[in-house]
Unconditional design. Structure first.
Length: 131
């Protein structure tokens, strides 16, 4: 019988799934800002070197690093800060509750990346390869 304690052996794989699917979702936010893919942002394409454009570049580059598990901890730490900054810049001034201010995704990304920065990449990461 599979007990809850025995499920802990799957922790590295569950963490890898969290890392990979979070990164894929995060990258799509960057491709939307930089390339207009899969759809341009509703507020329009950001100008080059504007804050949203820089965020888009960080989302693509940092998200890709997290996806492949290379330099995972520093990339996740930077992206956690980016999302905390984005939350307060774009959402926090619209009210306290993330459900009402539209900041749920930014808040979740920030804390998931902070978690990954703390615990590492899990399985299937370039950082985990033996040297």
């Amino acid at each position: 019988m599979l007990s809850l304690d025995s499920l802990s052996r799957f922790s590295p794989y569950a963490l890898a799934l969290l890392r990979i699917f979070t990164a894929l979702s995060f990258i799509s936010h960057g491709t939307q800002k930089i390339f207009g893919f899969p759809v341009p942002p509703s507020w329009g394409m950001p100008g080059m070197f504007s804050l949203p454009w820089i965020a888009g570049v960080l989302e693509i580059v940092g998200g890709t690093l997290i996806l492949i598990g290379f330099m995972t901890r520093p990339a996740a730490f930077v992206l956690s800060g980016l999302m905390a900054f984005a939350y307060w810049m774009a959402h926090g001034s619209k009210g306290f509750y993330p459900l009402l201010n539209g900041g749920e995704a930014a808040m979740l990304f920030s804390f998931i990346f902070l978690y990954i920065a703390t615990v590492g990449p899990g399985a299937f990461a370039l950082d985990s390869r033996k040297r």
